[in-house]
Write a protein that binds this ligand. Structure first.
Ligand SMILES: O=C(O)c1cccc(C(=O)CC[C@H]2O[C@@H](n3cnc4c(=O)[nH]cnc43)[C@H](O)[C@@H]2O)c1
Length: 234
């Protein structure tokens, strides 16, 4: 059976893959994030953009399902985030060099102990430095404000200054927190697929003030990041 040629197949004989031959899965938590990324990707069907649901468990389950259904060369976690004070301003982008399950562990009278310290696994998943550099440099070239550092995954959005301080003391240098990265990254690692995380900062991590979240601004920034993803991986 011959394949019908249209603009997309003429440029790329395998529409399931990018022109560079990569198959990329982008994991977002909610439809508004998916739509922002898709606008940036020019609606390109060459990237599969998934809505996982909010939180690390939903994100791990739906990413594992997607990775079982098709072969991918790269998983990109994309969404909005809270930025840590004096590191990631609202409206800026963060690229993770490490994806950290920051609240997985045990409280003890001496303080928080991570799963790593308890001997139950790894809560810090490093991102390939080559990938981090490639995407960060492309974002810089596009004139976008971007910072690189550990991005935390939490099951509960931080709502006090004390918790924000506690998280930064657990993971010095943390730039932002989201709720899906570690779940997606574990599913990708299980399949041996490289993973990266890019987020647009919608709010400051700290005392809860939901009314101050700049979601539209962050979604616009996420769309701009999507354009850069398209340029880098198409
Ligand atoms: O209300 C809306 O219109 C809306 C549009 C897009 C996304 C949302 C969300 O609330 C998504 C929640 C999503 O965002 C991440 N996030 C954002 N800020 C934080 C934070 O300070 N701490 C942790 N996570 C944050 C998170 O990954 C959620 O999945 C609403």
């Amino acid at each position: 059976m011959s394949m019908e040629l249209n603009e997309e197949t003429a440029l790329n004989p395998d529409p399931g893959r990018t022109e560079s031959g990569m198959r990329v899965l982008v994991a977002t938590a909610v439809p508004a994030e998916r739509d922002a990324v898709l606008r940036g990707l020019h609606g390109s069907g060459k990237f599969d953009v998934l809505v996982t649901g909010v939180g690390p468990v939903a994100a791990a389950a739906s990413t594992a399902k997607a990775l079982a259904a098709a072969e991918y060369d790269l998983v990109v976690i994309a969404g909005i985030a809270g930025g840590f004070a004096d590191r990631a301003e609202v409206g800026s982008l963060v690229v993770a060099n490490e994806i950290v399950g920051a609240d997985l562990g045990a409280e003890t009278p001496e303080g928080f102990r991570s799963l790593d310290e308890l001997g139950f696994g790894r809560t810090r998943i490093p991102v390939d430095p080559g990938l981090v550099t490639r995407i960060t440099e492309a974002l810089h070239r596009a004139g976008l404000p971007v910072i690189t550092g550990p991005v935390l995954t939490v099951s509960t959005v931080t709502g006090t200054a004390a918790t924000a301080l506690e998280l930064v003391s657990r993971v010095p240098g943390a730039v932002a927190e989201g709720m899906e990265g570690y779940g997606v990254a574990l599913a990708a690692r299980d399949r041996g697929v490289p993973v990266m995380e890019i987020r647009a900062v919608s709010n400051a991590v700290g005392p809860r003030d939901r009314a101050s979240w700049r979601i539209e601004e962050a979604l616009f920034r996420l769309e701009e990041a999507g354009k850069v993803l398209w340029e880098v991986f198409r």
